[in-house]
Write a protein that binds this ligand. Structure first.
Ligand SMILES: Cc1cc2nc3c(=O)[nH]c(=O)nc-3n(C[C@H](O)[C@H](O)[C@H](O)COP(=O)(O)OP(=O)(O)OC[C@H]3O[C@@H](n4cnc5c(N)ncnc54)[C@H](O)[C@@H]3O)c2cc1C
Length: 439
């Protein structure tokens, strides 16, 4: 590792985590002790953003013997990776037929095959590196809130069966047994999925990255990114990195670092609440088999049961980026509607994180200049996919003559992105209404 030009500020040894409060922040062991970048450092690959995407990229690069350094504005897992619902799900928001329509049949099929393996990929990585993150393979249940939702689930089920996946359809009675809620028409169980503790996973991944020989710097926001001769210059407040390659992995927390990139995504707030540990009777009734769930509403609801038997329920409650008490009220009402058994159970934690939506509902891989790769837009379904995307990015850097394992697209901003707040507010009200009407 070429570290000679690095002048680390020896006095900087943060003892306090900058993580916003959440169940995950309260129950994860501290992350590795990291320093801020100070002075100039040369490396082969500079990675901006220490969520799962950036960390997995760094891990796969380091394992391939490629020198790399990761920087984060805050600390590893500070973004969505340390705050999410912990559902490890294969695939994307779009089905095979839609991928074929967008990318053509060959690339669509290849992409589908790649992304459907994302959960398996994460399970194998966690096992290989012995990352302690409460990973359980309890399956995931997609719940239909209407007959129309159920028809879609039946279609998905048939497609999965034809691929050899042991998908299972559940009627309302089976949902009551396996989920503990009476409000759904039915569901579909995918046994390939599981759950984890998101922040333990992010911090475990960060320690594994360090163990593999890569560097991570915290409290080091990239403030400028520019090409200088045959290398890239990434500036931070107190330092800079010179690198042959740069990977931008900032997802819902993307700023103005690269022109027009932030305008390709709608960052929205997704809220979560965590109950106190459930009683024996509640445990017997609610997700007794350890599955997680999400539903077919436009404004999707999702939940997992944690290792200490809390129910963590999340939902997209707001397109504004503020963290307001009223938004949690929505979730509290939903919780007692879904699970009247939990009406008197205290809520011990509540928190919010930013999901990055894209127009086509797909994650985007961009390569807008030589040596620059950008992977963003995981549309709230990125725990497994970001982990896999890290390998895709590292593989491409290792063998740039080969096409990347995920389609590269142009940076295409949303039209009228600047007007997004009022427009999204209207869209949100419309979607809430449609959900209420069961459409
Ligand atoms: C509330 C919530 C619930 C979710 N639930 C699930 C779920 O159950 N299952 C699932 O599959 N997906 C879920 N997701 C989505 C999933 O969490 C994300 O897709 C994934 O974590 C994104 O990882 P990432 O590494 O790309 O980005 P992030 O984890 O968001 O990391 C981006 C990082 O970039 C850093 N950064 C930004 N700008 C700069 C800069 N200029 N310089 C340096 N650093 C910078 C930030 O500090 C941040 O740490 C959820 C998301 C949220 C918000």
């Amino acid at each position: 590792m070429n570290d000679t030009a690095v002048q680390l500020r020896a006095a900087f040894a943060p003892s306090e985590s900058a993580m916003p409060p959440s169940l995950w922040a309260a129950t994860a062991p501290p992350g590795p002790r990291l320093q801020r970048l100070a002075g100039r450092r040369r490396t082969e690959v500079a990675v901006i953003g220490a969520g799962y995407t950036g960390l997995s990229t760094a891990l796969h690069l380091a394992n391939a013997g490629i020198d790399c350094a990761v920087i984060d504005r805050h600390e590893p897992g500070w973004g969505a990776s340390g705050r999410n619902g912990g559902q490890v799900l294969p695939g994307l928001r779009l089905q095979r037929v839609e991928l074929r329509r967008i990318f053509g049949s060959d690339v669509g099929d290849r992409t589908y095959k790649t992304v459907e393996a994302a959960a398996d990929f994460l399970f194998a990585l966690v096992e290989r590196h012995g990352i302690e993150c409460d990973l359980v393979r309890g399956g995931s249940i997609r719940l239909a809130h209407t007959e129309r939702g159920m028809a879609l689930l039946r279609e998905n089920h048939a497609a999965l069966l034809s691929e050899g996946v042991a998908s299972r359809l559940l009627d309302a009675e089976a949902v009551k047994r396996e989920v503990g809620s009476c409000v759904y028409v039915g569901g579909r169980l995918d046994p390939r999925s599981g759950t984890l503790h998101p922040l333990k996973y992010a911090r475990g991944l960060a320690s594994t990255v360090l163990g593999a020989g890569a560097a991570i710097y915290r409290d080091s926001p990239a403030t400028a990114l520019r090409r200088d001769g045959d290398h890239w210059r990434v500036s931070t407040a107190d330092g800079e990195i010179l690198a042959s390659w740069v990977v931008v992995a900032t997802n819902g927390y993307t700023d103005r670092l690269w022109p027009r990139l932030a305008q390709t995504m709608l960052p929205i707030n997704s809220f979560q609440i965590a109950t106190a540990p459930m009683t024996e009777a509640q445990r017997a009734a609610i997700l007794p088999g350890g599955a997680c769930f999400s539903d077919t509403r436009r404004l999707i609801l999702y939940a997992q049961r944690t290792r200490d038997h809390r129910l963590v329920l999340g939902g997209r409650a707001s397109f504004t980026l503020a963290d307001r008490a009223a938004d949690y009220e929505v979730l509290l009402r939903v919780l007692s509607g879904l699970f009247p058994q939990l009406r008197d159970t205290p809520i011990e934690y509540r928190w919010v994180g930013r999901v990055a939506l894209t127009r086509d509902r797909l994650p985007h891989l961009h390569s807008p200049a030589p040596g620059l790769l950008i992977a963003v837009g995981f549309n709230g379904k990125g725990v497994a996919m970001t982990t896999l995307m890290g390998k895709v990015l590292a593989d491409h850097i290792r063998a740039p003559a080969e096409p990347p394992g995920y389609p590269v697209t142009e940076i295409r901003p949303y039209p009228f992105h600047a007007l997004r707040q009022p427009v999204l507010h209207l869209a949100m009200s419309y979607q809430t209404l449609m959900d209420r009407l069961g459409r």
